[in-house]
Design a protein around this ligand. Structure first.
Ligand SMILES: [Ca+2]
Ligand SMILES: [Ca+2]
Length: 190
């Protein structure tokens, strides 16, 4: 026959065992949620904006290579849109004579994300893939300098910086003018 006292103790220890398991599960779940939030939700818009810019530049390089003509990524003055233009007059600079490419409808950045810094009003790509940097634009940041500045979020910089106005989250992008590639996209936290 079961001793009613020990049965009561057993029930109590079972209860506390369940409670501790629930607490551990809650901590693990909370940690998991935080990890997911930190890695996927926080900065999701600037990450998406970085990919949009990367895709637009890749498309521009592809057009330049296949059509043997310079093409331009043109930044809208509001900082929300980018459009691809052809160097129609072959001047190797963006002018009013240049046509917007047929496929190049303006691409909008995610809500509340803007270009906080760009090389200039436009960025050109030669048929060999190298970049035409706007002469009146902000000078290229060399890759070693980009990496050095990135070590401290307070000094982080980029040839292109995308920023979410509400949160201040940033995507800092390093371009290599010789190869024309997006060398690195970093997301420094302030
Ligand atoms: Ca032109
Ligand atoms: Ca650079």
């Amino acid at each position: 026959m079961t001793d009613p006292k020990s049965s009561k103790d057993g029930g109590r220890s079972l209860f506390w065992g369940c409670v501790s398991q629930i607490v551990i599960a809650a901590i693990l779940f909370g940690g998991g949620v935080w990890w997911v939030y930190n890695d996927f939700v926080l900065g999701a818009d600037v990450k998406r904006a970085g990919k949009i810019f990367w895709a637009a530049l890749s498309k521009t390089r592809q057009l330049s290579a296949t059509k043997h003509r310079a093409y331009f990524v043109v930044f809208d003055a509001t900082g929300h849109y980018i459009t691809i233009y052809e160097d129609t007059d072959n001047s190797r600079t963006f002018t009013s004579a240049d046509d917007r490419d047929a496929i190049g409808n303006p691409v909008k950045l995610p809500f509340d994300v803007t270009f906080a810094k760009v090389p200039g009003p436009w960025l050109g790509v030669r048929p060999d893939g190298s970049l035409i940097w706007p002469p009146e634009g902000t000078p290229d940041i060399p890759s070693a300098e980009f990496d050095r500045l990135l070590a401290d979020p307070a000094t982080a910089n980029g040839d292109v910086i995308l920023e979410k106005t509400e949160t201040g989250e940033r995507a800092c992008i390093d371009l290599d003018p010789v190869t024309g590639i997006v060398r690195k996209i970093a997301y420094p936290r302030k």
